[in-house]
Design a protein around this ligand. Structure first.
Ligand SMILES: Cc1cc2nc3c(=O)[nH]c(=O)nc-3n(C[C@H](O)[C@H](O)[C@H](O)COP(=O)(O)OP(=O)(O)OC[C@H]3O[C@@H](n4cnc5c(N)ncnc54)[C@H](O)[C@@H]3O)c2cc1C
Length: 488
């Protein structure tokens, strides 16, 4: 296509866009403000320990295969992928625990112990989740259909009993199982989308197909292996990747877009912003070129932020698995503290990533790399006293219910709301982007093309299709298609 394209940000969406546009013949430059690529898909090295600082669940492997396949490559060329079995372990704070096996057939009988008929209900639930997944991927997500008319077409409404998919996920799940622990099992994946079972539509039942049928994978070397593979591919295709290159302003008056970066100004035919649209509008664009005012962005529902603790630990950390969840039997107070009445959770539900349980490259011999993630409300004040309180709270909780790490921590670091705000420009310091509520789903998310700034496009978690590594890869494909179409 021969156009010059600047991409603001080298997250997964920015790198994916770079690959597609460079492949289409554009002159592509990625400008990343930090000294590393990958955005929130980061890695930290501390005293011989390695941590995936952001995403750690490699889900929907077919999306990654499809991506590399487009460029004549395969995931196997890029990194080694291992399916985890069990996929993860749940610890309930009443002493109960459940391993979720890779084979859903092996999970079903376990559910019967909680509720008579649950095995059969699980099968019916999962069949429906698969039906919704297939339809959503084929009709909307892969082709990048973004108009409301497509989503509301009659055959779609008929084919998956669509109207019930607009009620809440919790209401949907209760149509199959009633036991609170089984509901948690089917619903917790919504946190990955930045939502709760009460504000996320049942359409996202498709996440259960992703979770139980498709399974959970680990790329050897962690998410850095994915980021490295994307960067290498982009460069092979001819893109230029610049780090330490903060973009300070954009101006779409005249032909092309003026890009102010690193104290210099250059003109690009088009610009793709991988930074959050709210951040771009508020800090990079002249007011007249914004599509929305502050009230609009303040009124959005953002996904949770997180209190994150990265620990290098000496000695065994059993019974933690590669992925573990620690849940209070009643998790409603925690969701209320995230979405309804923002506050620090006193009885937290949290996630632990211990990749060194399966991948020895993450920690020195006899040690483990442990990452704790507590979802918290965006916008909370996270001064050192608050962080210290949360650290004590979570380590004490872990010691009471799973394993005591307190005397064996050899290195540590944390991250929280202000780090997401300052480091990545995430509105209110949220971690995941715009939540997938009903009014922020599909065509109701920010679109790929700005209205008032000609030549400016958006890619990444805050746009369509949404949050998560696979969705951001697809977002790059869709925005590139749009640009190639606009340039024709
Ligand atoms: C803690 C955490 C855990 C997660 N867990 C999972 C998981 O297990 N599995 C999963 O699939 N997903 C997970 N996610 C979600 C997933 O990581 C994100 O949806 C995805 O990585 C976001 O990618 P993105 O393309 O939106 O770009 P981002 O990662 O948001 O990157 C945007 C980039 O733009 C750069 N930038 C911003 N402003 C400028 C500027 N002015 N100039 C230059 N550069 C700029 C930033 O520095 C950044 O590198 C998780 C996210 C977080 C935070």
């Amino acid at each position: 296509m021969g156009e010059s394209i600047s991409i603001v940000g080298g997250g997964i969406g920015g790198l994916s866009t770079a690959c597609y546009l460079a492949d289409a013949g554009a002159d592509v430059t990625v400008l990343e403000q930090h000294d590393t690529l990958g955005g929130v898909a980061g890695t930290a090295e501390m005293e011989g320990f390695r941590f995936d600082t952001g995403p750690s669940w490699y889900l929907m492997p077919e999306v990654f295969e499809r991506f590399f396949d487009h460029f004549g490559r395969s995931v196997d060329d890029a990194y080694t992928l291992e399916r985890l079995d069990p996929s993860y372990r749940i610890f309930w704070k009443d002493g109960d625990r459940m391993d979720v096996p890779a084979d859903p057939e092996a999970l079903a009988p376990k559910l019967e112990a909680y509720e008579a008929g649950a095995a059969d209900a699980f099968h019916r639930y999962l069949d429906h989740a698969e039906e919704v997944y297939d339809l959503a991927m084929e009709r909307f997500i892969y082709p990048g259909r973004s108009s409301l008319r497509d989503w509301l077409s009659l055959d779609v409404l008929r084919s998956v009993r669509a109207l019930p998919l607009l009620r809440s996920m919790d209401a949907h799940v209760q149509g199959y199982v009633e036991h609170p622990k089984l509901r948690q099992l089917l619903e917790y994946k919504l946190v990955f989308l930045g939502g709760s079972p009460y504000n996320t539509p049942a359409l996202y039942t498709l996440m259960s197909h992703v979770d139980f049928n498709q399974g959970v994978y680990h790329p050897h070397g962690g998410m850095q292996a994915l980021v490295d593979a994307l960067a290498e591919l982009a460069e092979d295709l001819g893109a230029t990747l610049e780090t330490d290159a903060p973009v300070e302003g954009l101006d779409a008056r005249g032909t092309g877009v003026q890009v102010h970066a690193n104290g210099h100004t250059h003109r690009a035919d088009r610009v793709v912003a991988n930074a959050a649209p709210a951040h771009v509008e508020r800090t990079l664009l002249p007011p007249a070129q914004r599509d929305h005012d502050d009230a609009y962005w303040d009124g959005r529902t953002y996904g949770p932020s997180a209190y994150l603790l990265y620990l290098g630990v000496e000695g065994p950390v059993d019974p933690l698995l590669h992925h573990s969840l620690v849940l209070p039997p009643d998790w409603d107070p925690h969701f209320e503290a995230v979405f309804d009445t923002p506050g620090w959770p006193t009885d937290p539900a949290y996630y632990l990533h211990v990749p060194s349980q399966t991948d020895p490259t993450f920690a020195p011999d006899g040690h483990h790399s442990v990452f704790v993630l507590v979802p918290i409300a965006p916008g909370l004040r996270d001064g050192s006293a608050r962080r210290a309180w949360m650290r004590e709270r979570v380590l004490e909780d872990l010691a009471t219910h799973v394993v005591d790490l307190r005397d064996r921590i050899v290195t540590e670091r944390d991250a929280c709301v202000s780090d997401f705000a300052e480091h990545f420009g995430q509105p209110q310091g949220n971690a995941l982007g715009l939540a997938h509520t009903l009014w922020q789903t599909g065509p109701l998310r920010p679109s790929h093309r700005a209205d008032n700034a000609p030549g400016l496009y958006y890619v990444g978690a805050d746009t369509q299709p949404g949050v998560g590594l696979p969705m951001c890869l697809l977002s790059g494909e869709h925005v590139a298609d749009r640009i190639v179409g606009d340039a024709a």
